[in-house]
Design a binder for this molecule. Structure first.
Ligand code: GLC
Length: 725
């Protein structure tokens, strides 16, 4: 269901201590408090705790329901006035159980950060942790105590618009960022919802909400690792996903929720449904009515009914009829109370802190993230950065004037922080004698239709360098934004071709929330810089990179395909019986190259790096041992830069066909020109386990290869093996 925008009336902040970091989910003392409170609750009050509606306007009826103990959490209450009113109503209820207040502060509340796919492109989980801590401080400052984040769905399908919220196609990278994002939100005072459990990023056809077919081994090797990492990092809640897995909706899937997530993985926090997903079990055709939907969801292990109104209206009768044991309700209430106690919500001293937000420090973090997220895909003849000897620069495109931050959450009605446009930021950085001429070229802010195209072409003809700033269409990010065509939208592709036709060098700057098909640009633009959706501080950061103040250092967290026909596409396919050689009778296409346009892990700098002296501490190890791989990285260029050193492995022979590469380590290293550094990775045999068809992790002896380099196509390799005990 689309997100309801809110009217947000920001109260005046009064100075007070910043939000406190949240305690770990495990506190033995909490269990006694939970037991004691649960024993005092009526069935009506218990079911009330499972009810999680979205704020209604006017809120009077909901306030009354809270006073009667019929609501346990509120969605989309994003202003202090309402939070105070609902908190007071909860205090006045018979048992005074506090409410959870949840919103989608995924990558923005006031200050908009680049989106999580851009955080992943930094390959620095610490940056994502800093980003989420800053976002959490802004959000918790008004009394919100839960964010529906991090979104940690692995996806190999850029047709699916929600890749913008995740960390891309790889489980290992995704797990690192999932843990970092949970840590950051919780340090900033927000409980987290690791979402969407599970397989939401693998919808057939890339179509949002569609079903996923996932084998047991793929589930464990590809989709579960980020959730396990988020749980290990202390996520307070997990949000179940809308989709089916192998034909069964997750929201009614006891094997996945109760048996796997709660029992096998051991998650002890809250499992919430997604928006109205319990009532949507009727649409799935697995429930004849809301009563059956409520029954199936609670028996599957869904504790909190977000906006479904299913539990509130049906559970009491289902219990009375003996179709739902009261123990199932108790287990759900127990988890909700456990999280509320752990968050300190019963502790009066933790009244939501109305904190003075230091916007400058939040913006500083946002600028840092943006700077390191940009990915330089192509840079012929060092076209970028703009050299001081480049006299005439033509900047073209609506995106150069854009302040659109594509943040799909945004409490409407409040003033977003000031954002500098790329045009303004670039103008400030022109050197004496340099002339920047801007021509919008389009009639609208989203590049949908030409405006004064001739003016843009005239500016290009007089330029030493043309910079075309393009953007994914203004409304195609996030939920419900699947696309079948990933080319530049509107008239932007036509503009690119017209500018190339002038014969002047064209550098393309792309604001996007997903990989796009940029085949024409790869052949005809002199440079391509992926800026993601850079957010409040991002266009300033972009100007810093375009003018060379900052060197780009991002690497792709998702493969950029040549065409949509290649999707799903990723760096780590299985080899097949006939690995691609270009011969017709090997895996590939008649009408398209089988390789991606730009591979996972790819990204250039303004300097160059070399890799040498790859060594392994031992050519073999037993299943309980580990080896060390080391490599010398050298900055062979003329300026400082950062490189993400990546370690991949391949198991050459096993009981299952194994991916041709698997990311097993990465480290971002900054070096001055001419500087060298030895980078080391510890690789345990257990890191090389995979899951069999029963979901069991197995480490199989046999021959392996490891690869080290600056992308998933790294060819510096060394053999090693795992020997039997
Ligand atoms: C949406 C999204 C989910 C979000 C929830 C509440 O439909 O799927 O990610 O957190 O509803 O807004």
């Amino acid at each position: 269901m689309p997100f309801l925008l809110l009217a947000l009336l920001f109260a005046v902040f009064s100075p007070s201590p910043p939000a406190q970091a949240l305690p770990a989910l495990e506190k033995a003392s909490v269990e006694a408090s939970v037991d004691a409170l649960l024993a005092r609750m009526t069935l009506t009050e218990k079911i009330g705790q499972l009810n999680f509606p979205s704020l209604a306007f006017p809120p009077d009826e909901q306030l009354e329901q809270v006073r009667k103990g019929r609501i346990g959490a509120m969605l989309n209450v994003a202003n202090r006035k309402h939070i105070d009113a609902f908190s007071e109503a909860a205090r006045s209820s018979r048992l005074g159980i506090p409410l959870l207040f949840g919103i989608d502060a995924v990558y923005s509340f006031r200050t908009t950060f680049p989106p999580p796919i851009a955080w992943a492109a930094t390959w620095r989980p610490k940056l994502a942790e800093a980003a989420t801590e800053a976002i959490a401080r802004e959000t918790s400052a008004i009394g919100v105590n839960l964010t529906f984040a991090p979104m940690i769905d692995v996806s190999r399908d850029p047709r699916w618009g929600r890749v913008i919220e995740g960390a891309g196609e790889d489980a290992f990278l995704g797990a690192a960022f999932a843990a970092a994002r949970v840590r950051g939100y919780r340090k900033g005072g927000l409980a987290t919802a690791a979402k969407h459990f599970v397989g939401y990023g693998a919808p057939e056809g890339g179509r949002d909400y569609n079903g996923a077919q996932i084998s047991v081994s793929e589930l464990h090797d590809r989709y579960l690792p980020p959730f396990k990492a988020a749980i290990d990092a202390g996520t307070d809640t997990v949000m179940a996903s809308f989709n089916t897995v192998n034909g069964v909706p997750v929201t009614a899937n006891r094997p996945l929720i109760n048996d796997l997530l709660k029992n096998a993985i051991g998650f002890r926090g809250i499992v919430m449904s997604d928006f109205a997903a319990i009532s949507e079990l009727i649409n799935h055709g697995v429930a004849a009515d809301l009563a059956e939907a409520a029954r199936k969801a609670i028996l599957a292990g869904i504790d909190l009914d977000m906006e479904g109104k299913a539990y509130d209206k049906n559970l009491e009768a289902e219990v009375a009829a003996g179709r739902v044991p009261v123990s199932a309700v108790d287990e759900a209430v127990r988890r909700i109370l456990r999280v509320k106690f752990n968050l300190g919500l019963f502790d009066k001293s933790r009244e939501p802190a109305l904190a003075e937000i230091d916007e400058a420090s939040v913006r500083k973090t946002a600028r840092e993230v943006a700077r390191e997220s940009f990915v330089l895909l192509k840079n012929d003849a060092a076209a970028l950065p703009i050299g001081t000897d480049t006299r005439a620069i033509a900047l073209i495109g609506s995106a150069a004037l854009s302040v659109n931050d594509h943040s799909w959450y945004g409490p409407a009605g409040y003033q977003k922080p000031e954002t500098e446009t790329l045009l303004a930021a670039l103008r400030k950085r022109m050197k004496p004698g340099q002339q920047l001429r801007y021509a919008k070229g389009f009639a609208d802010d989203c590049g949908r239709a030409f405006g004064d195209k001739d003016d843009a072409l005239a500016a290009a003809r007089r330029a030493d360098l043309v910079i075309l700033a393009v953007s994914e269409d203004c409304d195609v990010s996030g939920e419900g934004a699947s696309r079948t065509d990933l080319g530049l939208s509107g008239a932007q592709q036509e503009m690119l071709e017209a500018l190339v036709e002038t014969g002047r060098p064209v550098a393309l700057v792309v604001e996007t929330g997903r990989p796009l098909t940029l085949g024409y640009a790869e052949k005809n633009a002199v440079a391509i810089l992926i800026a993601w959706h850079p957010g409040t501080e991002g266009r300033t950061a972009l100007a810093e990179v375009l003018t060379g103040e900052i060197a780009p250092s991002g690497k792709l967290p998702m493969t950029f395909p040549r065409s949509v026909g290649q999707i799903p596409i990723a760096y780590n396919p299985l080899p097949t019986s006939r690995p691609s050689t270009g011969n017709r009778y090997t895996t590939g296409y008649l009408d398209e190259d089988v390789t991606p346009l730009y591979p996972f892990g790819h990204g250039l700098s303004y300097t160059s790096f070399s890799y040498s002296n790859l060594a392994v501490s031992s050519p073999r190890m037993t299943p309980d041992a580990s080896i060390e791989a080391s490599v010398t990285l050298e900055n062979t260029g003329t300026r400082a830069g950062s490189e993400v050193v990546q370690l991949y492995t391949r198991q050459l022979v096993a009981s299952h066909s194994r991916p041709m590469r698997e990311l097993k380590g990465f480290e971002k290293v900054s070096l001055a020109a001419g500087e060298k550094k030895t980078v080391r990775f510890r690789l345990a045999a257990s890191d090389l386990a995979f899951h069999d068809d029963h979901g069991r992790a197995v480490v199989e002896p046999g021959p392996f290869k490891l690869f080290v380099g600056g992308s998933s196509t790294a060819d510096l390799s060394a053999p090693f093996e795992i020997t039997a005990k």
